[in-house]
Design a protein. Structure first.
Length: 280
């Protein structure tokens, strides 16, 4: 079982009932290994959020297959197992927050599942510490910032002990500081707790932190590789109406101006180091 992929999507096709003449996902395929941090990029309407909703059986493919640790998402008898393994966090934390006190919100799903109270206490405290919101545990969620609310939503999913976290544009409504804090929480869960992460995002700087980047266009995966491999193809990304991280643009402009910059620069740290080495 150890080598079974966390998620495997093969030739997935899906149409929404009110748009039967358009394939929202059209033959998409991807495999996510256990413990991996994968980012999915793509312009609006490319099908990335629709594909993400297949990963814990919110949507089922019209054709093709999706499996979670080898379980087909179409197996209704195993729906609980699938959702136990893959937790979803959405764009708007307000849609996932249901209680009037932070710790009660994090405990909500566990209480509904009938988890024993002492186990709930342990899991809720652990999830709040992992996501950095333990100190806010007795506050009302409405008193928190957008980034803090999103971390409460993530803690509610983490308390379920999923093997995989799927984040569907979960930083889209946050300011840069909130975004950075949520991404640092996600990196911590992936690195230190081995939770597999699939993040759907518009932000190239977030994608630069991933192990692997997939790019979707018109319902299928059209590019795949490490952040360095994908972001080195700036012209192709621009043709798909996507940007590259600012550090990549700066490096490319400097090279055009005759400044000898190394390959593979994708984030501010590596760009700053290269400039420092040049100026030394």
């Amino acid at each position: 079982m150890e080598n079974t992929p966390m998620i495997c999507a093969d030739q997935v096709r899906f149409r929404y009932d009110d748009q039967k003449d358009v394939w929202a996902v059209n033959g998409a395929g991807m495999t996510v290994k256990k413990g991996e941090f994968v980012v999915v990029l793509g312009a609006n309407g490319c099908g990335k959020s629709t594909l993400a909703k297949h990963f814990n059986a919110i949507l089922l493919p019209e054709s093709g297959t999706v499996t979670v640790e080898g379980i087909p998402t179409t197996d209704e008898a195993r729906l609980y197992d699938i959702r136990q393994r893959v937790g979803m966090v959405f764009q708007n934390p307000d849609n996932q927050i249901v209680a009037t006190v932070v710790e009660e919100d994090v405990a909500f799903a566990l209480e509904n599942l009938g988890v024993p109270p002492e186990e709930i206490r342990r899991r809720v405290d652990e999830a709040m510490r992992m996501t950095g919101i333990y100190k806010h545990r007795l506050k009302g969620p409405h008193k928190l910032s957008g980034g803090q609310k999103q971390r409460v939503a993530i803690a509610g999913v983490i308390a379920m002990r999923p093997d995989c976290l799927v984040l569907d544009e979960s930083t889209a409504m946050l300011d840069p500081r909130g975004r950075e804090k949520v991404m640092s929480t996600i990196g911590h869960l992936n690195r230190d707790f081995g939770i597999t992460v699939v993040a759907i995002t518009h932000y190239m700087e977030e994608a630069a932190q991933a192990d692997r980047v997939l790019v979707m266009s018109e319902g299928r995966v059209v590019m795949e590789g490490t952040p360095q491999q994908v972001f080195s193809q700036a012209d192709k990304l621009h043709s798909l109406h996507l940007d590259v991280p600012q550090a990549v643009e700066l490096r490319d402009e400097l090279v055009k101006a005759g400044v000898p910059m190394p390959e593979g620069i994708i984030d501010e740290g590596s760009c700053a180091k290269a400039l420092y080495d040049l100026l030394k």
